[in-house]
Design a binder for this molecule. Structure first.
Ligand SMILES: Nc1ncnc2c1ncn2[C@@H]1O[C@H](COP(=O)(O)OP(=O)(O)OP(=O)(O)O)[C@@H](O)[C@H]1O
Length: 618
């Protein structure tokens, strides 16, 4: 890693090449709202030409005043001027100047208005794209920390990079203004423009350099920043407040946060200080050049080569040009800096899922006739060397309820992830009705499976929506939601809520009601029933349920799943015994299988675990 503030030539070059990101960004702005973009460009173009027009009319006014006051028989009173009609052209000029000034104000307001509307449109457009794209990616991608960094950066771009829109537009407008002033100046003396450019370029390059340094620093710090944000979040979130209070973790979290934040601050400061001195010198150079040109113009006016009007126009143009070019170069450098960050957004958008439907995916059989077969399946999580599953073979027959049992880390949840194609096996294969899972469309496959994970999501939404997420297309089908709640023994939970099915749940929003762990779990189980899926998977669905609730849930599960293929994961033997068959897993392999009675008779691992649990109840 480069020492903070040290020159990183790669970052400098990257900055220039990042400008290539601007055209696709403009294309996105256009796609976000073609109408507003067109209006914005038109308004800015008009506005761009106003300054030169105003200054030129100003010059004409001064020259006219000088000419009129120099007339041998010039009137001496205002009424005299009025009645003589001599001042008529002057009045027209002043009126034109006034009209331009008023018009420019109005256009300025319109530009701000379209700017902010367009920004809103762009945020919506980018956020929707981000959400859609994130949803299309593999779970493995999400579990990769490098991807997390990229996602974090991209997420910031959806709102953080919005100023680039105004910058690009302003740049366009200012360039047109600069060209219009430049043409005026060149007409008098081309060297003036050259002098101006020479004065500006060092400051511009300096600005570019320091911005690239700051970007490089931010880039390197993405993962630290994520940790910093994470610490701040857990130290101040409702979910963690309980544990942080009880364990007195605040000091520990604060210290870690401060350590990271201060390191970031120090590195930032080092660059900013160097920027301060260097840029002060380079800007002074610009000022010197401006005064050199100013002297030249004054000299030419004294010698009579230029008129008084020319003097105002030229010195005004020069001053405006200097400000404009300076602004243009700084914005350009900023824009190039912002464009670097756009890289992160594009890189995220270019991320592709690997688990996709083949060219001619098979329809998922309905009904499933044979079931699922794991054939010598081995699986390693990406980025790890350890086999989570190895040489795993078993069958889940159609219509049967199969239970998985095993100690923590035995690989139970991993089996579910493979079955739902959140991951593909590293070796071996999984068959559904004799065909590899990869031959089916993953989305169609997932919609045929109802699964509730241990770490199901507690949506800060209404109770009805929390159930409807199991089949969001049936969100308005209240009878279906009620039936699912009933099957999951969740009806009583809903009945106790002040607003019933419409009750907002969780603590995130006003009027939200928090549920107990078991109550949430019942809603999650209802979610699985919403699906009407061919294969039902419950991954430790009853861990938070009390004994009576668990009995009730399983009784219903048993009644309802008699004709349905089901996979049940549980540590509780009371739940396991209702399965048709039980698979005992150990270190990612099948250690034994059979019915509850058969396994007990085998005097193996299952019986040991059963005895251990039973002893606890005696
Ligand atoms: N996302 C992941 N990345 C890397 N390794 C993982 C990941 N998820 C699980 N593992 C590892 O894979 C192994 C199997 O995990 P799995 O979650 O399938 O176990 P389990 O049997 O469901 O355990 P539990 O009873 O605790 O839920 C574990 O050793 C775990 O450390």
């Amino acid at each position: 890693m480069a020492r903070p503030g040290t020159a990183d030539p790669r970052a400098y070059a990257e900055r220039w090449s990042a400008l290539k990101n601007i055209p696709p960004f403009l294309a996105m702005i256009w796609r976000a709202s073609p109408g507003l973009t067109a209006i914005m460009v038109a308004l800015r173009l008009i506005r761009a030409l106003v300054p030169v027009a105003m200054l030129w009319i100003g010059k004409l006014i001064i020259d006219e005043v000088v000419r009129l006051t120099g007339l041998p028989d010039a009137p001496t009173s205002l009424t005299g001027w009025w009645s003589s009609g001599l001042a008529q052209p002057l009045i027209w000029l002043v009126t034109a100047e006034l009209a331009l000034a008023l018009g420019s104000d109005i256009i300025g307001r319109l530009v701000s208005y379209t700017d902010s509307m367009l920004q809103e449109k762009l945020v919506i457009f980018l956020s929707l794209r981000l959400m859609d794209h994130a949803a299309s990616l593999d779970l493995a991608t999400f579990e990769d920390p490098a991807f997390q960094d990229r996602l974090d950066r991209a997420r910031r771009q959806t709102t953080g990079r919005i100023p680039i829109l105004s910058q690009v537009m302003q740049q366009l407008q200012d360039s047109v203004t600069v060209i219009s002033f430049g043409i005026g100046l060149i007409a008098y003396n081309p060297w003036l423009v050259l002098l101006l450019l020479i004065a500006m370029i060092p400051a511009f390059l300096g600005e570019m350099y320091f911005n690239s340094q700051l970007y490089a620093l931010n880039w390197r710090r993405a993962s630290d920043r994520r940790e910093r944000d994470y610490l701040r979040r857990i130290a101040s979130s409702a979910d963690s407040a309980k544990e942080i209070k009880i364990f007195g973790l605040n000091g520990f979290l604060r210290d870690r946060y401060r350590l990271l934040a201060e390191r970031f601050y120090r590195e930032n400061r080092a660059i900013s200080r160097r920027q301060l001195t260097a840029m002060a010198l380079l800007t002074a150079l610009g000022t010197l050049c401006y005064y050199a040109a100013y002297l030249w113009i004054i000299g030419r006016t004294l010698t009579g080569t230029l008129s008084l009007g020319d003097l105002t126009f030229l010195s005004g143009s020069f001053l405006r040009l200097r400000g404009l070019i300076e602004g243009l170069l700084t914005t350009f450098s900023n824009m190039a800096g912002q464009a670097l960050y756009l890289d992160d957004l594009y890189r995220f958008f270019h991320e592709r899922p690997h688990i996709t439907a083949g060219p001619a995916p098979l329809p998922v059989p309905d009904p499933i006739r044979q079931g699922v077969v794991f054939e010598n399946v081995g699986f390693r999580y990406p980025g790890t060397d350890r086999w989570a599953l190895r040489g795993l073979s078993f069958t889940l027959q159609a219509g049967e309820t199969l239970a998985l049992v095993g100690e923590n880390g035995a690989g139970k949840t991993t089996i579910v992830k493979l079955l739902t194609r959140l991951y593909d096996p590293t070796e071996g294969r999984i068959l559904l009705d004799g065909r590899d899972l990869r031959d089916y469309d993953p989305e169609a496959l997932r919609s045929a499976i109802g699964v509730i994970f241990q770490d199901f999501v507690r949506y800060a939404m209404s109770a009805a929506d929390n159930i409807a997420t199991g089949r969001i297309s049936a969100r308005d089908d209240r009878p279906r939601i009620t039936a699912a709640a009933d099957r999951a023994a969740a009806q009583a939970v809903i009945d106790r809520l002040p607003a019933g099915y419409d009750q907002m749940l969780g603590r995130s929003f006003a009027r939200g009601v928090e549920l107990s762990g078991g109550e949430w779990q019942k809603l999650a189980i209802a979610r699985a029933y919403m699906r009407d899926a061919q294969i039902l998977i419950l991954d430790e669905p009853t861990a938070a349920l009390d004994a009576r609730a668990e009995f009730e849930v399983f009784q219903r599960f048993h009644d309802l799943s008699s004709a349905r293929t089901a996979l049940l994961i549980s540590h509780r033997f009371s739940s396991l015994r209702m399965a048709d068959r039980i698979l005992v897993l150990e270190h990612g392999r099948v250690q034994a299988q059979g019915t509850h009675a058969e396994l007990l008779a085998q005097k193996g691992r299952y019986r040991d675990l059963f005895e251990l649990q039973a002893r606890g109840y005696r």
